[in-house]
Design a protein around this ligand. Structure first.
Ligand code: S3P
Length: 426
C-alpha cells in the first residue's frame, strides 16, 4: 500500500514524456526502412522498449545517441526469422502492429505478452489478416496470445473494419505494404492517424479519402528522421490536475496536438473550461503548449465517434465528474473494457471507494459530483498505468488515500511522480 500527502495547488511548467504511439511507429518504420534512420526524443518506457527489442530480434541495430537512436537496417524484405519468442510485455500496440507486420513476412514468428496482455483480444487483427491470406493461430479459438504466425503470402483485397481501433488499422496497413496487390481498408470511424502520416516521411504514400485507405505494396521504405513530440495522453493528467487542485496554473509544453488524438480539448470546451493553446508547428503533426488554470466547470455527456479520439483520456475525464457542477456521463465506450484493464470497472470501483455516486453501463459510466468523501478509501490500480496515475492525483488531492500499487506507471510515464513534485505547492 502507498499513499501521498495532501497537495494544495500545482503551479509551473511541465514537459510531458514523448509520445508512446509515435515512438512505437518510429521504431517499427525505422527497422522496416533500409539504411540509417534517426529517432529523436523517443519515449523509453516498458511498452516502447518491447517494440525496440522485437525490431532488434529481426535484425535492426539501434545505437543510442544523446538525442535518441540511430537505427540501421537492411529493410523489411531482409528481416531475420527470430530465433526466439517475441515478448510484447504489456503493450497492445506492439502485439497488434507486429502481428500485421510479421503476417506479411512469409516466415515463422511466435508472439506473447504479460498476464494482462495475454487476456486482451487479438482476434480483431487475426480475423482481417486471415482474409488477406495470413496463417495465424492463437490460444482459445484464435483469440489470445501467445500466437503463432506461419509462413504465407498475402493478397490484396478490400476489408471493412469492425473495430474502431488505430491498432487494427495499422496492422492491416503494415501487412498491406507486403501484399501482392492493393489492400483497401475502410475504417469504421476516424482513429489516430500516426501510421498514415509517418509512412509519408518514410517515402510511402497511402491513398486516404475519408474513411477509405488504399495501401499499395512497396519494395522499400526510405530511411527518415523522426522527432517525437510530447504525448497528449500524458498531458491529459495535467489538464485534469489543473481542474482538480484549486488555485493551479500549469503550462504543458511541446505536446502533440494531432486532432485524431486531442479530442479531450473539445470535451473540455463542452464542459465550459477555458484554456489557451499555442501551436508551434506549421507542417506535419502539429504540437504546441497548453496553458490551463483552475476554474469551475460543467458536466457533460460524451458519446459517438469522438470516443475513438479520447479513448486513453476517458479515465481522467470521468474522474473530473467528481468536481464538476453536474454529472459526467460517457457512453459508446465498450472498448474501455479491453484496455490494459477493464477501465470502466476500474474507474467505477475507485470513484465509488472515494464515496461518489457512480452508475455503471456496459458501454460507459456516469459520475456524479462528490458529496461525502470516504477518507478510508482503498484505491486499486488494476496493473494499469493510466488508472495508477489517476489514483496518485486523487491521493494527493485528498491527502493520504491508500493505493494498492503504482508500478504500472513505467509503461508510459516513468517519472510521473517527479514531474508532479516539481510543480507542487503544499
Ligand atoms: C494506440 C491506439 C489505441 C490506444 C492505445 C495506443 C496506438 O488503441 O488505446 O493506447 O498506438 O495505435 P486502439 O487502437 O485499440 O483503440
Amino acid at each position: 500500500m502507498i499513499s501521498f500527502d495532501k497537495v494544495k495547488s500545482l503551479k509551473g511548467e511541465v514537459n510531458v514524456p514523448s509520445d508512446k504511439s509515435i515512438t512505437h511507429r518510429a521504431f517499427i518504420m525505422s527497422a522496416m526502412a533500409d539504411g540509417e534512420s534517426i529517432v529523436k526524443k523517443p519515449l523509453l518506457s516498458r511498452d516502447t522498449l518491447a517494440t525496440k527489442a522485437a525490431m532488434e530480434m529481426v535484425g535492426a541495430e539501434f545505437t543510442e545517441t544523446e538525442e535518441g537512436f540511430i537505427v540501421c537496417s537492411k529493410g523489411f524484405k531482409n528481416f531475420k526469422e527470430p530465433g526466439n519468442v517475441i515478448n510484447c510485455e504489456n503493450s497492445g500496440t506492439t502485439a497488434r502492429l507486429l502481428t500485421g507486420l510479421f503476417a506479411g513476412q512469409n516466415k515463422y514468428f511466435v508472439l506473447t505478452g504479460d498476464n494482462s496482455l495475454r487476456k486482451r483480444p487479438m482476434d480483431r487483427v487475426i480475423e482481417p489478416l486471415g482474409k488477406l491470406g495470413a496463417n495465424i493461430f492463437a490460444r482459445e479459438n484464435n483469440k489470445y496470445l501467445p500466437l503463432t504466425i506461419l509462413p504465407s503470402k498475402l493478397k490484396g483485397i478490400e476489408i471493412e473494419g469492425k473495430v474502431k481501433s488505430a491498432q487494427v488499422k495499422s496492422a492491416i496497413i503494415l501487412a498491406g505494404l507486403q501484399a501482392d496487390s492493393n489492400v483497401i481498408y475502410i475504417e469504421p470511424a476516424v482513429t489516430r492517424n500516426h501510421t498514415e502520416l509517418m509512412l509519408k516521411t518514410y517515402g510511402v504514400h497511402l491513398n486516404v479519402s475519408g474513411l477509405r485507405i488504399e495501401i499499395e505494396p512497396v519494395d522499400r521504405l526510405m530511411p527518415a528522421e523522426i522527432n517525437v513530440p510530447g504525448d497528449f495522453s500524458s498531458a491529459a493528467f495535467f489538464l485534469g490536475a489543473a481542474l482538480i487542485f484549486e488555485n493551479s496554473e500549469i503550462l504543458i509544453k511541446n505536446v502533440g496536438l494531432n486532432p485524431t488524438r486531442s479530442g479531450m480539448l473539445e470535451v473540455l470546451k463542452g464542459m465550459n473550461v477555458n484554456f489557451d493553446v499555442d501551436v508551434n508547428s506549421e507542417s506535419g503533426d502539429p504540437f504546441g503548449n497548453i496553458l490551463i488554470k483552475s476554474q469551475e466547470y460543467d458536466g457533460i455527456t460524451i458519446k459517438g465517434d469522438i470516443i475513438a479520439n479520447i479513448i486513453d483520456e476517458i479515465p481522467m475525464i470521468s474522474a473530473l465528474g467528481l468536481f464538476a457542477k453536474s454529472p459526467v456521463e460517457i457512453r459508446d465506450a465498450h472498448e474501455l473494457r479491453v484496455k490494459e484493464s477493464d477501465r470502466i470497472k476500474a474507474m467505477v470501483y475507485n470513484l465509488r471507494q472515494i464515496g461518489a455516486e457512480v452508475e455503471e453501463f456496459e458501454d460507459g459510466l456516469k459520475v456524479y459530483p462528490l458529496k461525502n468523501l470516504n477518507k478510508n478509501a482503498k484505491l486499486r490500480s488494476f496493473d494499469d498505468h493510466r488508472i495508477a496515475m489517476i489514483n496518485i492525483l486523487l491521493s494527493k488531492k485528498f491527502g493520504g488515500l491508500c493505493i494498492d500499487e503504482i508500478d504500472a506507471i513505467d509503461v508510459s510515464f516513468p517519472d510521473f511522480i517527479e514531474k508532479l513534485n516539481s510543480i507542487e505547492v503544499v
